[in-house]
Design a protein around this ligand. Structure first.
Ligand SMILES: [Zn+2]
Length: 270
């Protein structure tokens, strides 16, 4: 996971149609007991995933999943705080309504892959995907309506647009590991160490490893005439540039690549 920067200006449709729809949902909460108790679902339409929203997120995220950095389609516009219902853990009861008032909220929207976002059974037979999960350090402080403040919540799931994932998740080769409790919760919610998730980055990691091994073997070659030394330096430079390209924010699994380069003593360019 890599830190992201959200464009400050939200797409026009969220400010117009999205704003009106949000008003309607908030009025519904205030006026309708079945909606307040979760007996009836809120009528949330697909305005939040308008093409303009998708395009803005694609640019901000370099066409990658905000969580796992995969470029594998389909990437979906997803709600960081779930819109319809919410769960503290996979074993806890589903609470309704969810964060209905954030259904069209720009800062709550991001692009995520199906592995991270959709609840399903992974290839190892265990449940995977974020689904309705949004764990908090203290679930009693959860905002349950638009009348409550989100500021009282301490989310455990990292938000790459607000948090610095480097402070919470490290990598051993292609395998993420937690540095903090929030890192641990994020790995669990997204099942980043699950069989399905771990199956994807190894091809990229193998390319990194091959180049690092080549760099190591080039460093061992000493002596030779001036011409062969120049060739050696050129090869080393080419190798380093390839690695830096793989660590670029636009590249797939860049956080993993950066961690690998740093561990090797070749921190990527800032
Ligand atoms: Zn993902």
């Amino acid at each position: 996971m890599l830190r992201l920067t959200r464009p400050q200006r939200s797409p026009e449709i969220l400010q117009t149609k999205g704003h009106l729809k949000t008003q309607e949902l908030c009025d519904l909460f205030d006026q309708s007991a079945p909606h307040r108790t979760g007996a009836q679902s809120f009528p949330i339409d697909d305005t939040y995933r308008d093409v303009s929203v998708r395009k803005a997120l694609e640019r901000a995220q370099h066409h990658k999943c905000c969580y796992c950095e995969s470029k594998a389609p389909p990437l979906e516009v997803e709600h960081h705080r779930p819109k319809s219902a919410v769960q503290q853990t996979r074993d806890d009861a589903v609470e309704r309504p969810g964060y209905y008032w954030l259904a069209y909220e720009w800062t709550n929207l991001m692009l995520a892959c199906v592995h991270c976002n959709q609840p399903r059974v992974g290839s190892d037979g265990t449940p995977t995907g974020k689904g309705m999960l949004f764990p908090l350090a203290d679930p009693t402080k959860r905002a349950r309506s638009h009348h409550d403040s989100l500021a009282q919540e301490e989310p455990l799931l990292l938000n790459p647009y607000e948090d610095n994932p480097d402070e919470h998740i490290g990598y051993r080769e292609h395998i993420p590991y937690p540095l903090t409790s929030r890192g641990a919760a994020t790995i669990e919610v997204l099942k980043l160490r699950g069989k399905s998730q771990l199956a994807r980055p190894p091809a990229t990691w193998k390319q990194v490893q091959e180049r690092l091994e080549l760099l190591g073997s080039l460093a061992d070659i000493v002596g030779g005439n001036e011409e062969s030394q120049d060739q050696l330096l050129a090869l080393q430079q080419e190798c380093i540039e390839q690695l830096w390209t793989m660590a670029d924010e636009t590249a797939e699994y860049a956080a993993m690549v950066r961690a690998g380069l740093t561990a090797w003593g070749l921190p990527p360019e800032p």
